[in-house]
Structure formats: structure tokens, C-alpha cells
Write a protein that binds this ligand. Structure first.
Ligand code: MLT
Length: 395
């Protein structure tokens, strides 16, 4: 037999596993020191009350003959797909419920959706970017090329007419830099994809953090996107479902390549390889879109936004360049004193017990940068921000 040789091309360990291991080693060696994690983008607030109530109710239903649910529709229950459709409509985007496929989270579908495409395709990813895009494609054997991001393009790359790619990833608001495209900028990508036949995979996991006007929350705000884009989103960040697992993928009916409907192919894929998200979880997710659910969710998002302000203020006071944190839970800072990303990671951990994520883990262009997340506990974030400021100013 032959195993998948492409796994040998991956780094030994996934970025966030390496960071978690290093933090755990430090804690073990220093049991009396407090370690504060501003590293992985995992939420800390509990699930909203309306979500918990909806899930309790669903559990009770499942224990009755009338309310029991066995296998559900692989693409999700109508009540949740309709709720997602209405959420998009609230932002001026018209989708059909049938174009929304409920998933167990964005990370799984970001990998699964690649099954629609041949391994001979070339994939364009921004650099730096959420590392799973690269790992998913490298492990399948696809060629990955990079759209370089830096301060000169505000970490928002635009299409290069000389670069040909079949699959294009866009993450906006960006993980890790927090940069957000305007609809006008996305229109340039959409026109490029329609002209070249490429398909855009749009990761909208952080759309709920967009709060300033003039910025896009969905690629489907842009005319022409329905013939070139798939959007992948998650309940993890909007509603704290990192451990509950639910997301959705939008595949428009008009999306076709080589005469085949990608929408139909995805439906075929899901009905064959997926048995759907648990009824109880989908009921919880649907509660997010009720009036009281949205109010609770906004309250939680504001808590994280305040954390971002606290970290941003500390960085400003320390005189360090950074971006993000305004329409995103991530702050992307330049490492002080010309340090590399991992040098700063080690310095900060040793000196303060604060854990961040080295920018170089998101791609070569991330070298010399460092990512901090606003998803932490507010009190601990305040302490971490003060420690961070002090550690930088002592350099
Ligand atoms: C991150 O820290 O980049 C994210 O939490 C990763 C994820 O959502 O899978």
C-alpha cells in the first residue's frame, strides 16, 4: 500500500498545537507563575442563555416519542437554514435556504470543500493567513502559491493579472491581521475570478466583528460573486460555539465549472459523506438569530471588543505598530526591537507568562509580527495588556 506522501511535506506540528505545547511546558517548569493565553482564538464567555435554553428544550424533545429526531437532513434543518438566510437578508444579501449547508464548523468545511476540485489545481493563499488553508492543500498535493501581504498593502492583497490560480482563498476580516476588505475591493477579486474561471473560497468566520461602515461582511454583497464564490462561516466566533461545533457553507446555485454545478456536487458530497449536525446543536444555533439571541450575542461581542481596545491601548502606549482589533478580535503587532516572531514569543512568555501567536506561523510574511487575541477573560486581558506594555518598554 501507499500512504499519502504529502503528509511528509507538512510541518511536524500544527501551529496552535506547538504554541499550546510550549505554554504547557512553561507552566510545568514554572508552576507558580500565572500563564495568560492570548494565543488561540478560542472564546471564553459561556454560551448565551437563549442558546442553552434552546438546547435544553431540544434535549427534552429528543426524550419523547413525538419529539425524537434520528438522522436529519445532511444539509441541515430548514429552521436553521432559514434563520441564516434571514440573517444575511438583514445585511442586504439575498440567499436561498437551499444554498446554505449546515456544517460542524468552518475548519472542517474549509478542508472538505476541496474535494470538489482536482489536485492539479493551483491554490492562491494570502501570506500571512490562517494556516489550515495551506495544510489542507499541501496534504492533498495541490500547488500553493502566495499573495504577499504587508503594511504597504494594508495586509489586503489584490489580484495580480500575471498570477494564475484556480482556487483563491480570501479571509476577511483576516485571521491573523484583522484587515477587512471593502465591497469595492472584493469586486476586483470577483471580477478577476469570473474572468479567469477561478473559484474564491471566502472565509467569513469573523464577519460578526465588522462594526465600521463601508466594510464587507460577505462576498455575496458583491455583484458577480454568485458565479465564482463559496462562503464558509461558523458559529464559533459569533456565538461561542468553538466546543459546540456548528457552521455553514454557502454554495450558490449559479456556481458552475466545466459545465457542472458545484452546488449539486456539494449536495452530493454532503449527502454521501456527512450525516448532519446534531438536532440539539442546530436548535441552539437557531436561537442565536432570535431577537433576544442577537441582543445577548452583541453583548458578548462587545465584551471581546473592549478587550481588543485594552490591548490596543497598551500597544499604543508602548509605541508599537499594530493593526486589527477594530473589526476583528485579532491584533497584529510588529515585534519590538527587531525580534523574530518566535524570539518575541519566548521573551514575552519568560518575562510575563503571556502567550501570543508568532506571526511567522501564519506564513513567511508574518515573520517579525505577533498576533494577540481579544477572546480572553476581561480581567486577565487587562493584566496581560499591562504586562505586555511593560515588557516592551523595558526592551
Ligand atoms: C485561531 O486562533 O486562529 C483560530 O482559533 C483557529 C480556529 O478557529 O480554528
Amino acid at each position: 500500500m501507499n500512504i499519502n506522501k504529502h503528509y511528509a511535506e507538512l510541518a511536524d506540528s500544527y501551529l496552535f498545537s506547538t504554541v499550546a505545547r510550549k505554554a504547557a511546558e512553561f507552566q510545568k517548569a514554572n508552576p507558580d507563575r500565572e500563564v495568560i493565553k492570548l494565543s488561540i482564538g478560542d472564546v471564553t464567555l459561556p454560551l448565551a442563555k437563549c442558546v442553552v435554553e434552546a438546547m435544553h428544550k431540544a434535549v427534552d424533545e429528543m426524550g419523547t416519542a413525538e419529539g425524537f429526531h434520528g438522522y436529519g437532513p445532511e444539509q441541515g434543518y430548514d429552521f436553521l437554514k432559514d434563520a441564516v438566510r434571514d440573517y444575511y437578508a438583514g445585511h442586504g444579501v439575498n440567499l436561498k435556504s437551499g444554498e446554505i449547508f449546515i456544517s460542524d464548523g468552518a475548519k472542517s468545511d474549509l478542508a472538505n470543500v476541496l474535494g470538489l476540485f482536482d489536485v492539479n489545481n493551483t491554490v492562491l493563499v494570502p501570506d500571512p493567513v490562517y494556516p489550515t488553508y495551506v495544510d489542507d492543500n499541501v496534504s492533498d498535493g495541490r500547488k500553493v502559491i502566495y499573495a504577499k501581504c504587508d503594511e504597504s498593502n494594508n495586509f489586503l492583497p489584490m489580484p495580480d493579472p500575471n498570477v494564475k490560480a484556480d482556487i483563491i482563498y480570501i479571509c476577511s476580516p483576516s485571521n491573523p491581521t484583522g484587515a477587512v476588505y471593502t465591497p469595492e475591493q472584493l469586486k476586483v477579486w470577483v471580477d478577476h475570478a469570473n474572468a479567469t474561471g477561478a473559484v474564491i473560497l471566502f472565509d467569513a468566520a469573523y464577519e460578526c466583528f465588522v462594526s465600521e461602515p463601508g466594510l464587507a461582511r460577505s462576498i455575496f454583497e458583491v455583484e458577480g460573486a454568485r458565479t465564482c464564490a463559496i462562503e464558509i462561516c461558523s458559529f464559533s466566533k459569533i456565538a461561542g460555539f468553538t466546543g459546540t461545533r456548528c457552521g455553514y457553507t454557502v454554495v450558490p446555485e449559479e456556481l458552475e465549472r466545466e459545465g457542472r454545478s458545484l452546488h449539486q456536487m456539494w449536495l452530493r458530497r454532503q449527502t454521501t459523506k456527512f450525516n448532519g449536525v446534531p438536532y440539539i446543536v442546530q436548535r441552539g444555533a437557531a436561537a442565536v438569530f432570535t431577537e433576544s439571541g442577537m441582543a445577548e450575542i452583541q453583548h458578548n461581542l462587545d465584551y471581546y471588543r473592549r478587550n481588543a481596545q485594552v490591548i490596543g491601548k497598551a500597544l499604543e502606549e508602548a509605541g508599537v505598530w499594530f493593526c486589527g482589533g477594530k473589526n476583528s478580535p485579532y491584533l497584529w503587532m510588529k515585534c519590538p526591537g527587531g525580534m523574530t516572531s518566535w524570539e518575541f514569543f519566548d521573551y514575552l512568555l519568560e518575562k510575563t507568562g503571556v502567550v501570543g501567536t508568532p506571526g511567522s506561523g501564519f506564513g513567511p510574511c508574518g515573520e517579525g509580527y505577533f498576533r494577540l487575541t481579544a477572546f480572553g477573560n476581561a480581567e486577565k486581558t487587562k493584566i496581560a495588556a499591562e504586562l505586555l506594555k511593560k515588557a516592551i518598554m523595558e526592551l
